[in-house]
Write a protein that binds this ligand. Sequence first.
Ligand SMILES: Cc1cc2nc3c(=O)[nH]c(=O)nc-3n(C[C@H](O)[C@H](O)[C@H](O)COP(=O)(O)OP(=O)(O)OC[C@H]3O[C@@H](n4cnc5c(N)ncnc54)[C@H](O)[C@@H]3O)c2cc1C
Length: 492
Amino acid sequence: MIICGLGPVGQLLALLLGDYGVRTLAIDREHEPYTLPRAAVIDDEVLRIFQSVGLDRAVLADAQVQPGASIITAAGRAVEVFRARSGRLGHPPLVSINQPAMERTMLAALDDRPTVEVRRGLALETVDRRADHVDVYARPVAGGRSALISARWLVGCDGANSAVRARLQIPFQGRTAPQRWIVVDALVDRPLARIPHPHFVGRAARPTVTLPMSPGRHRWEWMLHPGEDPAPHLEPAAVERAVAEWLEGERAEIERAVVYTFHTRMAARWRRGRVLLAGDAAHLMPPFAGQGFSSGARDAGNLAWKLADVLDGAPLSLIDSYERERRPHVAAMQRLARLIGGLVQSTRPWRVRARDGWLCAVEGTRVQRLLAENVKPLPTYCEGAFATRPARIPMRRTVGTLFPQTGRLDDRLGSTWSAVTIDETSRALLQDAGISVFDPGKDGEWLRARGLTWALLRPDRYVFACGGPDDVGSALQAWRRIAPPARVEVVG
Ligand SMILES: Cc1cc2nc3c(=O)[nH]c(=O)nc-3n(C[C@H](O)[C@H](O)[C@H](O)COP(=O)(O)OP(=O)(O)OC[C@H]3O[C@@H](n4cnc5c(N)ncnc54)[C@H](O)[C@@H]3O)c2cc1C
C-alpha cells in the first residue's frame, strides 16, 4: 500500500492501516510537517476514530472542549446556533485543536507501527495503473533520479492540489468563493473573556469569525470583500488594532496573518482502479462548519478496514462502497458549511436585517434548540456495504448508522467485525459464526428503543445488520458475501 501525502489524513490512514497490519509506505514531498495551524475544530466522530488508534486522550490533552457556537447579530446579540450535545458517541462533539500538535501526536504514534514506513522528501511524479497493482515514480526533492515503487493500492492524500488526482485526470468540480479571508492566529496569556466559545460575528461591514483554539491560542478570521486588497489588513499594526478590539486585558502575540481563499469542490470520482483519493484531495469545503479535516478523517476511517479486508481476500467491490458512502455525507457537510458561510458572509443590509430578525425571532424557542442540536448531518450512510439498504430518512436509520458509545465500548470491541446483543439466542448464533459478541452495557438502550436485540458492527462501528433472533441467519449470509474468506472459513 502506498499513501501519497502525509498531512493529517494520510497520517490517520497510515495509523489505521498499521493497526490492521497492512504493509504501508507513506511518502511526502516535504521534509518536515506543516507547522502552522489550519484546522481549528474537530468533532466526536473524529475523536472516536482517534480512539480506535489509541490517540483520543493524547489529542484531547492539547485541545479545548467547546459548548457550542453562536452568531452575533449586527446589533451585538449572541444567538446560539450550535449546541454540543455530549454523549452519543462517547466524546465531546466540538473540540478546538492545534493542528500541528495533533499531527505531532499522530506522527509520533506512527513510529510504533512496524508495518508502516515513512519516507519524506519524495514527490510523486507519475502513476501507472495495472490490473493487479499500481506503479508510482517518485523523485527525491533534493535532487536525484526518480524511483519506481509498486504496491497493490495507492491512496492520494496529497491535499487540494493533489498530484494523484491530476495524474488520473479527474476533474475537481465546484466553485471558489469570490471573498477571501484573513486568518490570524495568536498566542494568548489566558482565555479571552469576550469570546469563550466560537463566535460568527455578523457585521455587514466586516464579517468575522473568532474562536478559542487549543489552550493558549486564539484565532480571528476577517472577510475581505470581493476585489479588496489584503495588503493593508496584513500590516502588523493593522492586525494588532483589529485584535485589540476583542481583548479585555488579555495579551495576544500574533503568530501569523495570512490570506485564505475558500473552495467548495469535489473530485468527479474518488477511485480509478487501484488508486483512491481521500481528504482534501477528494473534497474541499469552506471552514465555517469546521469539517474539512473531520471529513478527511472519516474517509480514512471508512477506507482503512475495507482496504485491509480486500487485501485479505474480501471482494474488490467492497472498495466501491467507499465513495458511495462518503460522497453524499461530504456533500451534506459542504452544504452545511455553505449555509453557515452564507449567514456569516451577509453584507447587504436587507439580508443582514432578515438574518438577524429571524435569529432574534427563534431565540429561546423550541425551533432554536432543535436547530442548534441537529444542525450537523448525522453519522449515517444512505447506501453502501450493509446487509440491507439503510432507511431513506436519516433519523429512522438503524442499518447504516454509527453505533452509539456512551462509555468506552469501542475499547472492548477491538478493531475487527463484532456484534453486540442483549439476547442469548442471537449471542449463540453470532458466536457460532465466529463473530466476537459483546454485551453493549448502557448502549443496549439503543437496541431496546428500536425493538432490536443485536447489531452486527463493521470495524468502523457502523451497523451492518441488526434485528431479532430470527434475522441473524440472513445477516450472516450477507456478511459472508463481503468478509475476507479466511475469516469466514475460520467461522465455518
Ligand atoms: C483557514 C482554515 C481553517 C480550517 N478549519 C478547519 C476546521 O476547523 N476543522 C477541520 O476539520 N478542517 C479545517 N480546515 C481544513 C483542514 O485544515 C484540511 O482539510 C486538512 O489539513 C487536509 O488534510 P489532508 O491531509 O487531506 O491534506 P494536506 O494537509 O494538504 O496534506 C497533503 C500532504 O500531501 C503532500 N503532497 C502534496 N503533493 C505531493 C506529492 N506530489 N508527492 C508527495 N507528497 C505530496 C503535502 O506535502 C502535504 O503534506 C481548515 C483549513 C483552513 C485553510
